[in-house]
Design a protein around this ligand. Structure first.
Ligand code: NAP
Ligand code: MG
Length: 404
């Protein structure tokens, strides 16, 4: 087979530990034999971030802004222990946080479904994609213990000064918090959600508690509604999809009764909590992909899990590992498909689809990593190691590509 050619570079962002090991295997076994890869490479491995004082992270994000599509390996977010382990000059911020801030993007998390690993919720037949607004609210709040007898006010200064009384703490001490969001961030979130729904041709659900929080949550509801009416309604109708707003408690009940197959946009806290619940209910973090979508239409694909440190230490010690590479393979699949669509490169799109199909077919044939074997209800299972799993997917992929 003649190798597939690419016209525009894909931004490749390398990372750390076990996922870095898997990354190299995926390229060698599943990509390089089939594609004449055109990549703009950034090494976000912790040592290179340290050497460049994290400048490489900024450059990687800027490359995604320039070319439109990136694929990222999981990376270490340093804590004190990592500072010592790697002898870092600083405790660098989360690379994902830095990239998200530059792209002003929203993260969509999608489970990968395979036969034999059944969602805990029996009605769920299709993925539920969660979009989490990742700015403000309780994550950027100001809070305080309040002594008995104090009164808490919300004060606005600068223009027409105002003071709103929150509560008089008579008879009991207590607590208070103040949080905020901005129209700009909420609007970016809305655009990312509407664009991704059109991209995926799936309905978009959004829910808040605007009956109780009439101004704060009401603002989210209104901004979504305004942007939808002004810029997206016609395109949604043409695509045969729906934007649907409801109260958060109603949404939770409907999600459980649904069969899946939609995007659920969540405020920051709701998304934090619900994405872990939905991920667990679908089976495994190792089967969850994630894509960062900017309001300007740039995409960054990655696995939702981390660098799988425990497996890496075993790998370093020369022990065998059985690490699941599916989410990382799907990150490549998603990125190559998007690159192909933007470049009208049909062979690349087809390849990306076959890569994903080969991964699923391999698991459904009974060949899987240890984490999946523990969950799978298939009668005949063969547990393989990290490398064998990727090689098995390659065999399946070769057959799929020959059939064409
Ligand atoms: P993790 O890497 O997701 O791993 C937690 C555990 O989940 C693993 O020890 C493993 O369990 C299981 N697991 C996760 N992915 C798996 C896979 N592909 N195959 C098989 N098992 C898998 O989370 P963590 O240990 O909390 O974090 C490790 C590092 O990753 C940290 O330095 C953190 O900063 C970073 N991190 C990065 C990202 C990102 O770049 N997006 C996200 C999260 C965390 P068993 O050991 O029981 O087999
Ligand atoms: Mg969480």
């Amino acid at each position: 087979m003649e190798k597939i050619r690419m016209t525009t570079p894909l931004v490749e962002i390398d990372g750390d530990e076990m996922t870095r090991v898997i990354w190299a295997m995926i390229k060698e076994e599943l990509l390089e034999p089939f594609i004449d890869l055109k990549l703009d490479y950034f090494d976000l491995g912790l040592r290179e971030r340290d050497r460049t004082r994290d400048q490489v992270t900024v450059e990687a994000a800027e490359a995604i802004l320039k070319y439109g599509v990136g694929v990222k390996c999981a990376t270490i977010t340093p804590n004190q222990q990592r500072v010592e382990e790697y002898g870092l000059a600083e405790m660098y911020k989360s690379p994902n946080g830095t990239i998200r801030a530059i792209l002003d993007g929203t993260v969509f998390r999608e489970p990968i479904l395979v036969k034999g690993i059944e969602p805990y919720v029996r009605t769920w037949k299709k993925p539920i994609i969660i979009a989490r607004h990742a700015y403000g609210d309780v994550y950027k709040d100001t809070e305080s213990l309040v002594p008995v007898g104090d009164t808490v006010y919300l004060t606005l200064t600068g223009g027409e000064d105002r003071q709103l009384e929150v509560f008089q703490f008579e008879g009991s001490a207590g607590i208070a918090e103040c949080m905020f969001n901005t129209d700009k961030s909420i609007s970016s979130f809305a655009h990312s959600c509407f664009n991704y729904a059109l991209d995926q041709k799936q309905d978009l659900w959004f829910a808040t508690k605007d009956t109780v929080s009439k101004i704060y949550d009401g603002r989210f509801k209104d901004i979504f509604a305004e942007i939808y009416e002004r810029e997206y309604r016609e395109r949604f109708e043409a695509a045969g999809i729906e934007y649907f707003y409801t109260l958060i408690d109603d949404a939770v009940a409907r999600v459980i009764r649904s069969e899946g197959g939609f995007i659920w946009a969540c405020k920051n806290y709701d998304g934090d909590v619900m994405s872990d619940m939905v991920a667990t209910a679908f089976g495994s973090l190792a089967m969850m992909t994630s894509v960062l979508v900017s309001p300007g239409g740039q995409y960054e694909y990655e696995a939702a899990h981390g660098t799988v440190t425990r497996h890496y230490y075993r790998h370093q010690a020369g022990e065998e590992t059985s690490t699941n590479s599916i989410a990382t393979i799907f990150a490549w699949g998603g990125a190559l498909k998007k690159r192909g669509e933007l470049d009208h490169n049909e062979r690349l799109v087809h390849f990306a689809e076959m890569l994903e199909k080969a991964s699923i077919d391999t698991i459904e044939s009974g060949i899987m990593t240890k984490d999946l074997a523990l969950l799978s209800t298939l009668p005949d299972k063969k547990v393989v190691n990290t490398k064998e799993f990727i090689v098995a997917i390659r065999r399946t992929l070769e057959k799929l590509l020959e059939v064409r």
